[in-house]
Design a protein around this ligand. Structure first.
Ligand code: KG4
Ligand code: ZN
Length: 334
C-alpha cells in the first residue's frame, strides 16, 4: 500500500510517500523559516499562504521522484491537528480533495502521534510497549505507549513546552528565530558555570514546568553586565538544566512503569546534549533508547505518512468532511 503523507501544521510543508512493504520511498520538505525569521516568529496567515503555494508542487515532485503515478497511491494521510488552524486547513482540504478525485481513503493524523512513531522509520525500530518523551515547540509529554492509539499520559508541561522555553530563552539572548538550534549552537561555545534550577525535580510526579527557567535566565542576563558572564555560558547552563530535567523525569517514568524502552521524539530531540544526557541515563537504567534520525525529529511528512499507513491498514478513514483540530488532546485518540 502506497500512502501519501502531508504535513502542514506549522511552518514546514512536508510531503512523503511510504510503502507498507518497501518502507519510505520519498520525502520532501520546504521550510518557511527564512520567511518568518524577519518577524521573529511564525506569522500564521503567511504560513497558510505559503503552504498553499508549495504543497501541490511538492506532491507532484514527490510522485515524480518516486516514479509513481497518482493511480499508484492507495491512501492519503494528513496532519489534522494540533497546529495552526489555517495551516492545517490547507493540508486537510488538499488531502481530502485529492482522495476524492483519486477515489482512495484519506486519514487524519495527530501531529504528536506522527512524532511519536517517527523512530519506526529507522532500521532498528522500537517494539511496544515503551515510554515516549515528546518534546516539540508546542508540547512536552511523557506517554506510556502500549500500541498504536494506546497512549496513557504520564506527565506533561504545566506551562511552556520544552521547545517554547528554548525559543523564548534564545530571544532573550538576542538570538533569532528559530531559537532552539541557535541556542544549541551558542551553548557549544560556553561552559555551564551557573547552576540553573531543575524545575519540579525535587518533588514526586512526572509533570514539567519550564517557565521559571525563563525568569531565571532573564535575571542572569540582567546580572551578567556586573558578573561578566557571557551569553554562551548562559546558553550552556540553560541547555544543561533542560537536559538534566528531562533525564530525571524519564528515569522516573521508566522506573514507575517498569518499562525498559524509551522513545524520544519531536523538534527538541534534535538537541545533541539532550540526546547525550538521555542516552547516558538509559544506559544506567539498562534501557534501550530510540530517537528518529535528525531530519525526522523536526516536522516532516514521513512521520505522517507512516502514522497514517498504520491507521489505514487498521481500516480507519475519514468521511468527506474536512477535518482539522487546532487543539486535540492525544488522550482522545484510540
Ligand atoms: O516538532 P517541531 O519541529 O515542531 C512542533 O511540533 O512544534 O519542534 C520545533 C521546536 C522549536 O521550538 C525548535 O526551537 C526546537 O524544536 N528545536 C530545538 C532544536 N531543533 C529544533 N531545540 C533545541 N535544540 C535543537 N537542536
Ligand atoms: Zn512537530
Amino acid at each position: 500500500m502506497y500512502v501519501l503523507g502531508i504535513e502542514t501544521s506549522c511552518d514546514e510543508t512536508g510531503v512523503a510517500i511510504y510503502h507498507t512493504g518497501r518502507g519510505l520511498i520519498n520525502h520532501l520538505l520546504y521550510s518557511q523559516v527564512e520567511m518568518h525569521s524577519e518577524y521573529g516568529g511564525v506569522v500564521p496567515e503567511l504560513a497558510s499562504r505559503d503552504h498553499i503555494r508549495k504543497l501541490v508542487p511538492l506532491i507532484k515532485q514527490s510522485l515524480q521522484e518516486s516514479q509513481l503515478k497518482s493511480t499508484d497511491i492507495n491512501g492519503i494521510a494528513y496532519t489534522a491537528g494540533p497546529g495552526l488552524m489555517g495551516a492545517l486547513l490547507v493540508g486537510a482540504a488538499t488531502a481530502r480533495s485529492l482522495a476524492w478525485t483519486w477515489q482512495i481513503p484519506a486519514v487524519a493524523v495527530h501531529h504528536m502521534e506522527g512524532h511519536l512513531l517517527a523512530p519506526m522509520l529507522e532500521e532498528n525500530p522500537p517494539e511496544f510497549p515503551f515510554v515516549a518523551l515528546l518534546i516539540s515547540g508546542g508540547h512536552t509529554l511523557l506517554v506510556q505507549v502500549e500500541g498504536i492509539g494506546s497512549y496513557q499520559l504520564l506527565g506533561e508541561s504545566l506551562d511552556d513546552a520544552a521547545g517554547e522555553a528554548f525559543d523564548k530563552t534564545a530571544k532573550m539572548l538576542g538570538l533569532g528565530y528559530p531559537g532552539g538550534p541557535k541556542l544549541a549552537a551558542l551553548a557549544e561555545h560556553g561552559k555551564p558555570q551557573i547552576k540553573f534550577p531543575r524545575p519540579m525535580t525535587d518533588r514526586p510526579g512526572l509533570d514539567f514546568s519550564f517557565s521559571g527557567l525563563k525568569t531565571f535566565t532573564l535575571n542572569t542576563i540582567n546580572a551578567s553586565e556586573k558578573t561578566g558572564k557571557d551569553k554562551a555560558d548562559i546558553a550552556a547552563a540553560f541547555q544543561q538544566a533542560v537536559a538534566e530535567t528531562l533525564s530525571i523525569k524519564c528515569k522516573r517514568a521508566l522506573q514507575q512503569t517498569g518499562l525498559k524502552s524509551l522513545v524520544v521524539a519531536g523538534g527538541v530531540s534534535a538537541n545533541k546534549q539532550i540526546r547525550a544526557s538521555l542516552t547516558e541515563m538509559a544506559a544506567k537504567e539498562h534501557a534501550q533508547i530510540y530517537f528518529p534520525r535528525l531530519e525526522f525529529c523536526t516536522d516532516n511528512g514521513a512521520m505522517i505518512a507512516y502514522a497514517g499507513s498504520q491507521r489505514l491498514m487498521a481500516g480507519q478513514q475519514q468521511g468527506l468532511d474536512i477535518f482539522a483540530r487546532p487543539r486535540w488532546p492525544m488522550s482522545e485518540l484510540s
